[in-house]
Ligand binder design. Structure first.
Ligand SMILES: [Zn+2]
Ligand SMILES: [Zn+2]
Length: 240
């Protein structure tokens, strides 16, 4: 496609499928990816003192761990999150269930803007998005974590592997379960294919962090397969 054709093509696409702001869902003027005023209202986890394990804003800023992590062992080394869940939850819902795939790149852009230095300092070899079970993938059509992983990979240059981890059990939705139930529900949920994680530093990426049970189960498999470090980056984390 030559330059002129590409411009015409992009104009036609933007008329047919106009980009929407990931924060308010209004149609954007061509060339815009979000409204500056909307993004300024986003609530960033980094604005708070956060849990040294999962990156959740702390209720008491002098604590080291949040109430969910306190006294528990985790397989992942450390978690970071971009937003506090509540203020961005409608956008994440639309990314997940309403086909707003274009949001993923804008969110990844904001991740790099806010967490970029930290991501660089992790010196990671690989991004692994939390996989969906094949059945859920068929009904939803795409995996929002993979969209985020791909977009983050494009912007950081860290390779992203969607084929490495598979979800072998179609687990019950986590939101319906208690914390202990969540851990039981996920036991054995993931399988890795191949063994190219040995001694690698890996970033697991997902959309929402609640108790961390899902990412921890995947981290367990990665550590068992020899990963040297496993970090978790999520788009949003629930405050408690
Ligand atoms: Zn907006
Ligand atoms: Zn925590």
């Amino acid at each position: 496609m030559n330059k002129h054709t590409r411009i015409v093509y992009e104009k036609a696409v933007s008329l047919l499928f106009p980009r929407r702001c990931p924060y308010c869902d209004e149609v954007l003027r061509p060339g815009l990816y979000y409204h500056e005023s909307c993004r300024n209202k986003a609530d960033y986890a980094d604005n708070y003192s956060t849990c040294i394990q999962c990156g959740r804003p702390l209720f008491y800023s002098d604590d080291e761990y949040c109430r969910v992590c306190k006294g528990k062992d985790f397989y992942f080394d450390k978690g970071y999150s971009l937003y506090v869940y509540k203020a961005v939850s409608p956008g994440i819902y639309r990314l997940k269930y309403a086909g707003r795939r274009e949001y993923a790149d804008v969110y990844a852009m904001d991740m790099v803007r806010c967490l970029g230095e930290r991501i660089d300092s992790l010196d990671a070899d690989l991004i692994v998005p939390v996989p969906l079970h094949a059945r859920r993938m068929r009904t939803r059509g795409y995996n929002q974590a993979a969209l985020l992983g791909r977009a983050l990979s494009k912007r950081t240059g860290i390779a992203c592997s969607e084929a490495l981890a598979r979800r072998v059990r179609n687990t019950a939705p986590q939101k319906l379960l208690t914390a202990a139930g969540r851990r039981r529900n996920l036991s054995g949920a993931f399988k890795l294919s191949g063994n190219d994680v040995k001694l690698k530093k890996i970033i697991i990426i997902d959309d929402i962090y609640t108790t961390g049970a899902t990412v921890n189960e995947l981290a367990k498999e990665l550590k068992k397969a020899g990963a040297s470090k496993v970090y978790v980056i999520t788009l949003a984390i629930g405050s408690i």
